[in-house]
Write a protein that binds this ligand. Structure first.
Ligand code: T3D
Length: 263
């Protein structure tokens, strides 16, 4: 598919979405939001796609909202940021969390503002050791958005969430991994190879089972233990009738690698 602000291709089970405005550190404007929405809709309807690999072009991952669209001349009415969130960021985060395939975010460089929280909306987040995460909102008088106030306390606890939100300090990829904000920080030299390997592993995985794991893990925050056990039972029942479970058991018994089809 041909886009201006992103690159998107789906091949060998891997749907690659690269934010592509490197001279603006891949910050979002309306046009980029529209293209990302279109790509995610295409992915959701593409039965050959088994994983989303989200990354950024150039030295940054994403610097959040493009602030050059937010300058207000004297006498001009300010932009309605609530409308922007309703139109762009809210649907983006919800779309990422409900894709029918696992999502892998490869944070190749700085992830700031909504860019940081977009990464946290993905199932697995890996970052190059030179990358960093900044809840930059407090520097411009805003509150962490795009799920920041939801993801941060759940991932790193209230004290660290407060510090990140109120100080806006740069968190290195290694700190982010040691705090449990992301899955892994990877040496820059091996980053591209490690990302490809992870993407290929997820693309060859039992897609429905992986998405069910996401669903159950996210549901746990609001469920009682009994409700969570009920959910696990229901998901297991559904998956137990699926082709991938049958293949997984057969492969185990035949002492060979499984060939999952995502069904
Ligand atoms: O508005 C709404 O719709 C509400 C929703 C808001 C969501 C949000 O994301 S609000 C938060 C917006 N983002 C920020 O506040 C981050 C702003 N950027 C930075 O603080 C820094 O650029 C970084 C810490 C991310 C990286 O710093 P550094 O020193 O590595 O790079 P740099 O020199 O600052 O940036 C490189 C270029 O990218 C530069 O352009 P230039 O001077 O080379 O022509 C810079 O202006 C541009 N750039 C970086 N971030 C943005 C940006 N241009 C527009 N908007 C940006 N967010």
């Amino acid at each position: 598919m041909a886009f201006e602000s992103i690159r998107y291709e789906s091949r060998d089970g891997i749907a690659r979405l690269t934010l592509h405005r490197p001279d603006r550190l891949n910050s979002f404007n309306d046009a980029m939001h529209a293209e990302v929405r279109e790509a995610l809709a295409a992915l959701a309807g593409d039965p050959s796609a088994r994983v989303l690999l989200l990354t950024g072009a150039g030295r940054g991952f994403c610097a959040g909202q493009d602030l050059s669209d937010r300058a207000v001349a004297p006498g001009e009415a300010p932009v309605d940021l609530g409308a922007s969130i309703e139109r762009n960021y809210r649907p983006l985060v919800l779309a990422l969390r409900s894709l029918p395939v696992p999502t892998l975010c490869a944070v190749n460089g700085v992830a700031a503002g909504a860019g940081a929280n977009l990464a946290l909306a993905c199932d697995l987040v890996v970052a190059a050791k030179s990358a960093s995460f900044i809840q930059a909102f407090c520097k411009i008088g805003l509150v962490p958005d795009s799920g920041g106030t939801f993801f941060l306390p759940r991932l790193v606890g209230t004290a660290r969430a407060m510090g990140l939100a109120m100080l806006g300090d740069r968190l290195t990829a290694e700190q982010a991994a040691s705090w449990g904000l992301i899955w892994q920080a990877i040496d820059d030299a091996g980053f591209a190879g490690a990302v490809e390997k992870l993407a290929a592993q997820l693309a060859a995985g039992p897609t429905r089972g992986l998405v069910a794991a996401r669903q159950a893990i996210h549901a746990s925050a609001a469920n009682s233990l009994a409700a969570q056990l009920d959910l696990e039972r229901d998901l297991q029942r559904e998956l137990g009738f699926g082709a991938d479970y049958r293949e997984g058991v057969a492969a185990f018994l035949e002492k060979r690698a499984p060939r999952f089809t995502g069904r």
